[in-house]
Design a protein around this ligand. Structure first.
Ligand code: AMP
Length: 178
């Protein structure tokens, strides 16, 4: 994978959305076709032999590579959304994150016990949103849960990988120490 290409196209915005946060803006990766291809090729390489049947994207930046990956893997795509957005019956999970609290939900008919699931999002910080998504997916009794992030952000207070632990098999494309 061309790490340099991806890192040089990732934009850092200091103090967004609140003072002290170094926001890793993946919109500058998504707008570059070479970066989309590079990320998709690497994700396909990581997951093509895992028997993935559903990719679950976490709203909203997880929808971009998640949907591309679902197509490339021949899997279905499922949205894990913020509250009040999904029209059907849902199950919900609340969680804490690097800057605040939130809730995510998923349709109750989105997955079934024979699914092998890959959860996709742009960035792993505390791991709170990923763990909430893992807990939602696990509630369906699925066979396996994998997790992929474009960026793993690590610093003294951010140890998302350890927070997820063995709840899911985890891969990340770029590790950034802040
Ligand atoms: P967490 O639940 O703490 O792992 O936070 C991950 C979620 O919050 C991801 O969906 C990210 O999009 C977003 N996020 C948290 N921290 C940052 C950051 N420093 N830069 C960009 N996005 C972030």
């Amino acid at each position: 994978m061309n790490t340099e290409l991806l890192l040089s196209n990732l934009r850092n915005i200091p103090d967004f959305p609140i003072p002290g946060i170094q926001f890793k803006d993946v919109s500058t990766l998504f707008k570059n076709p070479a970066c989309i291809s590079e990320m998709a090729d690497e994700m396909v390489r990581l997951y093509k032999d895992k028997g993935i049947t559903k990719v679950v994207g976490i709203e909203s930046r997880g929808f971009v590579m998640g949907a591309i990956l679902a197509d490339r893997l021949g899997a279905g795509f499922v949205m894990c959304r913020k509250p009040g957005k999904l029209p059907g019956e849902t199950i919900k999970q609340s969680y804490g994150k690097e800057y605040g609290k939130d809730v995510i939900e998923i349709h109750t008919d989105a997955l079934s016990p024979d699914d092998v699931v890959l959860i996709q999002d742009d960035l792993l910080a505390t791991g709170g949103s990923a763990k909430a998504a893992i807990d939602l997916v696990r509630a369906f009794g699925v066979k396996e849960v994998h997790c992929n992030f474009i960026i793993e952000l690590r610093c003294e207070g951010l140890k998302g990988r350890e927070f997820i632990g063995d709840a899911a098999e985890l891969t990340t494309l770029l590790t950034i120490e802040d």
